[in-house]
Design a protein around this ligand. Structure first.
Ligand code: FMN
Length: 379
């Protein structure tokens, strides 16, 4: 609480005076530096690192100390693995990583919408490429559960289906030894060629190719919150016939026409920003609706990571009761500061106790319990 107040009253007003990408790069530099400084890590542990046995889960053989992870896109270049466990995260997802290095879209490519606690993101998969990431991870052991998000290089050539599939395959094959789990990102709203893998046939070809990489590590599919019901059903159907363990729900939302913002206000707010996907408050309802849909449609067979507009324990708890086993965030940390992670974890323990649960895993999908939905299988 105190940390969040210090951040929102002092640091946030300063950060928000500068370009969002500049601040993102600066925080990454500072985080990288702190990760190399043992004394500072101990101090961060003391301030931020809240752990509780009720929050621990063993999912598909992987230990998650708590359910709150850093979503893909913040630590694109894998620079924060040494610092994130000390600010209280339970896991992190690096990337998205692509086969070739990618500069991303032209700047500016990130804007704030403070009125809605949202970010407009138009990075276009900026990252150093899978070889540079593999080199960075080689031979290292990390405290934090590590997810690697894989996308296809944002360029004209990968708009060809086979080239696009090869691109995913190359990164997955190279990075397989390094991650604890993998997320196949088929939902970047800012890449050349749109979202080709929402088509059943193309998605099936992608998963068939990825299955030739021998691995027993969990594989997740990251979905767009803008999918139609048909696209969602098709994706689930294809996953049912492959070795997919779960879904990350959801990515940024490209749609602006369904935000229910009065026209005048919309014009005033959105005229200040560029193109791109929306995060934060503007995507939360869409993410939660999709989590509920997927959990009920699949009767809890898949592990769900809930992402989109989590700012508090209440937000995280709603996702968990809707069917998420884990949650992730970026925008919550940008608006509320790193103290929000501790606040969410501490708050979750309180909410679980209040409702008579012995552990977080008991609350997963609680909204659907009366319908006798099978809970996620936790090994
Ligand atoms: C600056 C920024 C960069 C992002 N880059 C990626 C990315 O490379 N890959 C990806 O799968 N999602 C990316 N995302 C989406 C987030 O992982 C997340 O799905 C989305 O922001 C909703 O969560 P939030 O409201 O907590 O930010 C990015 C989001 C932000 C804010």
């Amino acid at each position: 609480m105190v940390h969040t107040k210090i951040y929102t009253k002092i640091l946030r007003p300063i950060f928000f005076k500068f370009d969002p990408e500049f601040v993102h790069d600066l925080i990454t530099e500072v985080g990288d530096l702190l990760g190399k400084t043992p004394l500072l890590k101990d101090m961060l542990d003391f301030w931020f690192n809240y752990q509780h046995p009720m929050l621990v889960q063993d999912i598909k053989g992987i230990r998650f100390n708590n359910p709150v992870g850093l979503a893909a896109g913040f630590d694109k270049d894998a620079r924060l693995m040494n610092i994130l466990p000390h600010v209280g995260f339970g896991h992190q997802e690096i990337g998205s990583v692509t086969a070739k290095p990618c500069k991303g879209n032209k700047k500016p490519r990130m804007w704030r919408l403070p009125r809605y606690k949202s970010i407009v993101v138009y990075y276009g998969l900026k990252n150093p490429g899978c070889q540079a990431i593999a080199k960075k991870l080689y031979g290292k052991k990390f405290k934090l559960t590590l997810g690697i998000s894989i996308a296809k290089t944002n360029c004209k050539e990968t708009a060809d289906l086979n080239v696009g599939i090869e691109d995913y395959y190359k990164s997955f094959r190279l990075l397989e030894p390094f991650g604890d789990y993998f997320t196949i990102n088929i939902s970047c709203p800012n890449a050349f060629g749109g979202l080709p893998f929402t088509d059943k046939k193309s998605f099936n070809e992608l998963l068939t190719k990825l299955e030739t990489v021998h691995t027993d590590k969990p594989i997740f599919i990251k979905m767009s919150p803008d999918l139609t019901d048909k696209e969602l059903n098709d994706i689930i159907k294809v996953c049912d016939s492959h070795r997919v363990d779960g879904f990350v729900i959801s990515n940024l939302s490209k749609k602006r026409e369904d935000l229910n913002i009065p026209e005048k206000e919309f014009k005033a707010e959105f005229s200040k920003v560029g193109p791109g996907g929306l995060s934060g408050n503007l995507v939360r309802r869409k993410s939660i609706d999709m989590i509920n849909k997927v959990y009920t449609k699949t009767e809890g067979r898949y592990i769900i990571m809930g992402v989109g507009g989590i700012f508090s324990a209440k937000d995280a708890y709603e996702m968990i009761k809707s069917g998420a086993s884990l949650v992730q965030l970026i925008t919550g940390m940008i608006y509320e500061g790193p103290g929000v992670i501790e606040e969410i974890n501490r708050g979750l323990v309180k909410l679980l106790k209040k409702e008579g649960y012995n552990s977080l895993s008991e609350a997963i999908g609680a909204y659907h319990k009366t319908k006798k939905v099978t809970r996620n299988k936790i090994n």
